[in-house]
Design a protein around this ligand. Structure first.
Ligand SMILES: *Cc1c(COP(=O)(O)O)cnc(C)c1O
Length: 428
């Protein structure tokens, strides 16, 4: 494959944009080499500026669950922008989207629309602190909740890919209320709450971790968090920015049968446009301004074009059998990859929940937390990634990320992906 035009754009980009990208993982630093610049996308495919076509398993890091440029979503956004792109005043469309979210997600009685996942989690935590009158929050190592100052402590995703301990620019005073413990470690949670439970406003977590690569919750883990938070008067926040509307129409919370107090959504809920949401129990959400004293606002919040794309996406996902189909497509891919691994005598492990999975090159044992993921062979993942890319398959450019399967992935895509994987794994 030729990448002349991407190379040229990357050198221009690096002169005017830090690292040449507007979000760090896009730079390919986790796998080495240079990023390809994308020109267009349709269905399961993306094309770079040199005309190379790839089967896309990133899906804009999650939002494109229907595939790219889905006709209904495109039409909805076009119709909306024809009526003006933003008013800074309420609209009927945002009421409909809020109603849809409340209808789908059992624990959400009221919801506020914002513009990014970062904003959603940050606001949910502010509300949890305001509601409980407590300052401390608990997060898990390797979970990523956006780039708010106090949430960058031991975060996953790009922070993990680049092995950044904590980010410069974040005063230690700002993270002193962030208590970080290993994922899936109920004993650590119990100890922490016994010590300082009366100061803890909330636990925030990814109900299925995706930002350290896919780590499912151990049996009983989520239930224990529900019980412990209730007992100590703290709130439980599910960050479903990645899992919401992906693992189940009602989110990971429906899949595992649990009701958090607050939830954050993003990615899919905006259908590829900048839109996110946070919501939960009405008695808690009623404390948000202007109904209550906890302030949160946004000039472009509930933007009409983003709302239209998000609403159209959620409507498409309501078709019967959607999540079964996603699961079947994903299972065929991971079964095929597992077979290709053993054929090529490669050891490792594939962890999958629904339409998100990660292939880890480790000793084959289950990965339960961030420490396990760190021990995997990320250099080998980098070689795997580049081998796949050269064969026209675009996987996430980091071993700390999830692969996203969409409804647009066809039988032929699966065959071609597995064929590429067999060749790459044999040559690794
Ligand atoms: C992507 C993501 C975020 C951040 O969302 P942005 O829209 O990138 O700000 C937060 N939490 C989780 C779980 C995510 O996957």
């Amino acid at each position: 494959m030729r990448h002349e035009r991407s190379k040229e754009l990357f050198s221009r980009a690096q002169k005017v944009i830090p690292g040449g990208v507007n979000s760090p993982v896009r730079a390919f630093k986790g796998v080495g080499g240079q990023p390809v610049f994308i020109a267009k996308a349709e269905g399961s495919a993306i094309w770079d500026v040199d005309g190379n076509r790839y089967i896309d398993f990133v899906g804009s890091w999650g939002p494109m669950i229907l595939g790219h440029a889905h006709p209904e979503v495109v039409q909805a956004a076009k119709n909306a922008i024809d009526r003006g792109s933003s008013y800074g005043a309420p609209t009927e469309a945002e009421v409909k989207l809020a109603e849809l979210i409340v209808e789908r997600v059992a624990s959400v009685e009221k919801v506020r629309l914002v513009s990014s996942g970062t904003e959603a989690t940050m606001s949910a935590i502010r509300v949890a602190r305001g509601f409980t009158g407590r300052d401390d929050i608990v997060k898990f190592e390797g979970c990523y909740h956006g780039h708010a100052d106090y949430l960058l402590a031991k975060a996953g995703s790009g922070v993990a890919t680049f092995d950044l301990p904590d980010s410069p620019g974040v005063p230690s005073d700002f993270t002193k209320h962030t208590l970080t413990i290993p994922y899936n470690d109920v004993d650590a949670v119990r100890r922490l709450f016994e010590e300082r439970g009366k100061d803890i406003a909330c636990i925030i977590l990814e109900p299925v971790t995706g930002n350290a690569g896919v780590i499912p919750p151990a049996p009983g883990f989520l239930e224990a968090l529900r019980e412990i938070t209730k007992k100590h008067g703290a709130l439980l926040i599910f960050d479903e920015v990645m899992t919401g509307f992906r693992l189940h129409s009602g989110g990971a919370q429906a899949l595992y049968g649990l009701d958090p107090d607050l939830s954050a959504f993003g990615k899919i809920v905006g259908g590829g446009m900048p839109l996110a949401a946070y919501g939960g129990r009405a008695d808690i959400m009623n404390r948000v301004a202007p109904e209550g004293p906890i302030y949160q606002a946004g000039t472009l919040s509930g933007n009409p074009c983003a709302v239209a794309a998000g609403h159209a996406t959620l409507q498409q996902l309501a078709a019967p059998g959607t999540y079964e189909r996603l699961d079947q497509i994903s299972k065929r891919i991971t079964d095929g990859l597992a077979a290709a691994m053993s054929e090529a005598e490669q050891v490792g492990r594939i962890q999958r929940v629904g339409s998100m999975f990660t292939l880890f090159f480790n000793d084959g044992s289950p990965l339960r937390n961030f420490a396990d993921v760190k021990k995997a062979d990320h250099a080998k993942f980098g070689r795997f990634f580049h081998g796949m890319l050269e064969r026209g398959v675009y996987f996430p450019p980091s071993g700390y990320e999830a692969v996203f399967v969409s409804l647009a992935h066809t039988d032929e895509d699966i065959e071609r992906t597995l064929e590429a994987a067999r060749a790459v794994l044999t040559a690794l």
